[in-house]
Design a protein around this ligand. Structure first.
Ligand SMILES: [Mn+2]
Length: 323
């Protein structure tokens, strides 16, 4: 039995006390890893949200996902794919420090690095946490590949804030990835970026860095299928792998009431799910995170549930790449 340093077992496990013999719930498939069995897809919690600019309980999201596991089935009807066919396990949570936030970020990078060394072919599905976790996560991700990596980000915000006005937060992960040379601007695509949620200064900064941006309005007018296709081309051009990061505040406030930084007239749930299905089918996509959901501000787990659907829809696309 392997123990991965800085990775703790799942904090909670939710099981159903009743089962229909002809139906499988996520809780019967995405079970805790025993440290021995072969696993292709790993669910990893990163419970950090003290680094969020606005008040956020996103550290509770990994467990909020787990709480929904017994409520959701593994069958995607539109694709006629049952996710049970995938070898996926709940690997647990990255260990956090209570007060030392840079150390939390260091733990994420080191914990994921340890995990990728132990399981070299693992596909990570990371549940944040706030968006600050994406910087250390992508740093660990990049070490797995000899060449460059691309980034596709769903977000209302660019997350390229300067680091002088507040340090590494959920407003800075893309800035840090650029400045550290982890990802080049020309390999970054941001989808769902929104008016009245960003400034002209940062729009020009992002353009100067070579970042491609599709606004939420562009998604509504031009359609997500074509833009997702272009995103894969841009992020995949000259790179060995693509990391996908989903900030749930990319959705319209009507669809995502439980995000700290709400946006009006954002993307619809279907636009996000269709894009993630498509990205899931691309064998160049090798990692995923979903961030910035606050279960404390959520209504009846609506946003957590949509985030879980986003993850499962991505994995449906992933299943297709093997088929
Ligand atoms: Mn973000």
């Amino acid at each position: 039995m392997q123990h991965i340093k800085l990775l703790n077992p799942p904090e909670v496990i939710f099981r159903a006390n009743w089962r229909d013999r002809y139906e499988t719930k996520v809780s019967q498939w995405l079970i805790p890893w025993d440290g021995k069995e072969a696993v292709d897809i790993g669910f990893i919690g990163v419970p950090l949200s003290k680094t969020s600019i606005s008040v956020s309980g996103a550290s509770l999201t990994p467990n909020a996902f787990r709480e929904l596991f017994p409520k959701i089935t593994t069958y995607n009807m539109d694709a006629d794919i049952d996710l049970q066919e995938l070898r996926a396990r709940d690997l647990g949570d990255i260990e956090m420090h209570v007060t030392d936030l840079p150390r939390c970020h260091a733990n994420i990078e080191q914990g994921l690095t340890n995990l990728f060394q132990a399981l070299p072919n693992l596909f990570p599905v990371i549940a944040g946490g706030d968006h600050s976790i994406t910087y250390p996560a992508v740093k660990a991700f990049k070490r797995r590949f000899a060449g460059k990596v691309g980034l596709i980000q769903f977000d209302s915000h660019m997350d390229v804030r300067n680091l002088l006005d507040g340090g590494p937060s959920n407003g800075t992960p893309v800035r840090s990835l650029l400045e550290s040379g982890t990802v080049e601007g020309r390999h970054i695509v941001q989808i769902g970026i929104h008016s009245f949620a960003n400034s002209k200064f940062y729009r020009e900064y992002a353009a100067a860095q070579g970042i491609t941006q599709f606004t939420a309005r562009q998604v509504a007018r031009e359609g997500i299928d074509r833009l997702a296709e272009r995103a894969m081309q841009i992020a995949g051009d000259g790179t060995e792998a693509i990391y996908v990061t989903v900030d749930m505040d990319v959705l319209d406030q009507a669809y995502a009431p439980g995000v700290p930084a709400m946006a009006a007239a954002g993307m619809t749930s279907w636009q996000l799910l269709d894009a993630l299905f498509q990205l899931g089918t691309d064998s160049k996509v090798r990692g995923l995170d979903i961030v910035c959901v606050d279960p404390l501000q959520d209504y009846r787990r609506a946003t957590v549930r949509t985030a879980l659907y986003a993850m499962l829809t991505f994995l449906t696309g992933y299943r297709k790449r093997d088929a």
